[in-house]
Design a protein around this ligand. Structure first.
Ligand code: SAH
Ligand code: SF4
Length: 432
C-alpha cells in the first residue's frame, strides 16, 4: 500500500514540475513514506531520519517531510524538535498528498507545515501513478482506501480513516493503460478489498468486488489479476465462482488468519472463529482446487496461552498455507487492545512462539513446494534472477517464485516451466 502511495506522491510532484531522484544527495526535499503497523516499522523510520541528518549537515537547506501513517498517528508532535531529536519540516497524512506542493511553499517561506486531515472520499482516482516497480511487468492498482474493521490490535483504521472505493471506470482505465504500456500483472489493492462498493450516481448501479474483479479480468486476457487483502469474514462464494470463471485471475488468495484460537480471535475482534475460517478454506479448495492460500499470523497477542498458541500451529498444519507473513504482537497506542488489554506476554515467550511458527511454516512451505516438483506451470517472467544473470525469475499463478535458465526469454513473457527441484522459498525448473 505504501509502495503504491509513493507512486501517487511521485505523480503529484512530477505534475507540478518537480523531478524525482534516487540519489538522496541530489535532493532538495526528501519525503519518507511511513508505516505504523508495528513499533519496529516506526523505529526503522526514525533510524532512516537520523541517517538523513548527516546528509543535512553536508547539504544546508535540505528539507525533510514525514508522510503516511506515522504522520497521521503522531501529528504535530513530529514537528517538535525534541520528539525525534531533529527538525522535521513537513508532516502529511495519507489523504493530504494533493496538498504537498502547497505545504512545500509554506516551508520555503520559513514555517513548518502540517496536513493530517483524513478525508471521507479521497481515492486519488484521477491521479495516474508514476510507476517504480522493477521491470515494468507487475503493478499495483489501488481500488479502495481506509478500513473500518477495528481489529483490536490494529492502528490502520486510525491512520487511514474511513473506507472509500474508487470509481470502477477509473480502475478499468488504469488497467488498460498499464496493459498498453506492456504490464502483464496487476494487483488490486485495498486494506479489505471485499468491502469494495461503488454506487453509480446516475444509474444507481452497484459494483461490488466480485463485479470489479470480473471487469479487471475482462480488460485484457494477457494481463493477470491479483488482489490483496481479503478479510476472512467477507470473502464470498460468489467471488470464488467469479475467479473460477476467469483463468487470468491468479489462483492465490491471501487470507490473514492471525490466530488459530477462537477465543483469541474474539479478543482480536476478527469476527470469525477457527471453524468458520476453516469453512472458508474448504470453499476455496472446493471451488478453486489449484488455489494457493497464504496468511498473516500474530504471535503473542494479549493473554495468549500455550494452548492458544498450539491451536495456531495446528491450524497452520490443517490448512497447509503456501506462504505466511509472521509477526510478534506489537502494542500500538490508541488501539482497542492498548486500551482494554494488558500486553502481558514476556518478550522471550513472544520470540519463542514466533520462532516455532516460522519453523512450522518453513516445513509446510517445503512440503507444498515438493508437491510441485514434476509439474509444469505457466510462469510470467519478471526479469533476471538476483543471484545469477544466466537465470530468469518469474511467478506462477499461485504466486510462487520460479527460477530457470533465462535463454532468450524476456520480462513480460509467459513461459511454461517444468519444475525439477525446490527449496522452501523457490521452485527451480526448465522451460518446456
Ligand atoms: N488489512 C489487512 C492487514 C493489514 S496489516 C488484513 O486485515 O488482513 C498486515 C498485517 O500486520 C496484519 O494482517 C497483521 O498480521 C499484522 N499486524 C497488524 N497490526 C499488528 C500489531 N499491532 N502487531 C503485530 N502485527 C500486526
Ligand atoms: Fe487492520 Fe483489521 Fe483493518 Fe486489516 S481489517 S487493516 S488488520 S483493522
Amino acid at each position: 500500500m505504501n509502495f503504491s502511495d509513493s507512486e501517487i506522491v511521485a505523480s503529484v510532484m512530477t505534475s507540478q514540475g518537480f523531478d524525482v531522484t534516487d540519489k538522496p544527495e541530489e535532493a532538495d526535499w526528501i519525503f519518507i513514506n511511513t508505516c505504523s503497523i508495528r513499533e519496529h516499522a516506526e523505529n526503522r523510520v526514525i533510524n532512516r531520519l537520523r541517517e538523513l541528518q548527516h546528509l543535512r549537515k553536508k547539504k544546508r537547506g535540505l528539507r525533510l517531510g514525514v508522510l503516511g501513517c506515522m504522520a497521521e498517528r503522531m501529528k504535530a508532535s513530529l514537528l517538535e524538535d525534541d520528539k525525534l531529536g531533529m527538525r522535521i519540516d513537513m508532516v502529511a497524512g495519507p489523504d493530504a498528498y494533493r496538498q504537498l506542493p502547497a505545504l512545500m511553499t509554506d516551508v520555503e517561506s520559513g514555517q513548518q507545515a502540517i496536513n493530517v486531515m483524513l478525508s471521507a472520499d479521497e481515492t486519488y482516482a484521477d491521479i495516474s501513478p508514476v510507476r517504480y516497480a522493477a521491470g515494468g511487468v507487475s503493478a499495483f492498482v489501488s481500488i479502495m482506501r481506509g478500513c473500518e474493521n477495528f481489529c483490536a490490535y490494529c492502528v490502520v483504521p486510525f491512520t487511514r480513516g474511513k473506507e472509500r472505493s474508487r470509481d470502477p471506470v477509473s480502475v478499468a482505465g488504469e488497467i488498460r493503460q498499464l496493459a498498453e504500456a506492456g504490464y502483464r500483472e496487476i494487483t488490486l489493492l485495498g486494506q479489505n478489498v471485499n468491502s469494495y462498493r461503488w454506487k453509480d450516481n446516475v444509474s444507481g448501479k452497484l459494483t461490488g468486488f466480485s463485479d470489479l474483479i470480473s471487469i479487471a479480468a475482462g480488460t485484457d486476457p494477457r494481463v493477470r489479476v491479483r488482489f490483496a487483502t481479503s478479510h476472512p469474514k467477507d470473502i464470498s462464494e460468489e467471488l470464488l465462482q467469479r475467479m473460477a470463471e476467469h483463468p487470468n485471475i491468479c489462483r492465490a488468495i491471501h487470507l490473514p488468519v492471525q490466530s488459530g484460537s477462537t477465543s483469541i480471535l474474539k479478543k482480536m475482534n476478527r469476527k470469525y472463529t477457527r471453524k468458520t475460517y476453516l469453512e472458508k478454506i474448504g470453499a476455496i479448495k472446493r471451488i478453486l482446487p489449484e488455489c494457493a492460500v497464504s496468511t498473516d499470523i500474530i504471535a503473542g497477542f494479549c493473554g495468549e496461552t500455550q494452548k492458544d498458541h498450539e491451536q495456531t500451529l495446528s491450524l497452520m498444519e490443517e490448512v497447509g498455507f503456501d506462504f505466511a507473513y509472521m509477526f510478534k504482537y506489537s502494542e500500538r497506542p490508541g488501539t482497542l487492545a492498548a486500551k482494554k488489554f494488558r500486553d502481558d506476554l514476556p518478550e522471550q515467550v513472544k520470540t519463542e512462539r514466533l520462532n516455532e511458527i516460522i519453523s512450522k511454516q518453513q516445513q509446510i512451505s517445503m512440503e507444498s513446494n515438493r508437491r510441485d516438483v514434476g509439474k509444469t506451470f505457466e510462469v510470467l517472467v519478471e526479469g533476471l534472477s538476483k543471484r545469477s544473470s544466466s537465470n530468469a525469475m518469474g511467478r506462477t499463478s499461485q504466486n510462487k517464485v520460479v527460477v530457470f535458465p533465462a535463454g532468450t526469454h524476456k520480462a513480460g513473457e509467459y513461459v511454461r516451466v517444468r519444475i525439477d527441484s525446490c527449496t522452501s522459498a523457490t521452485l527451480k525448473g526448465k522451460v518446456v
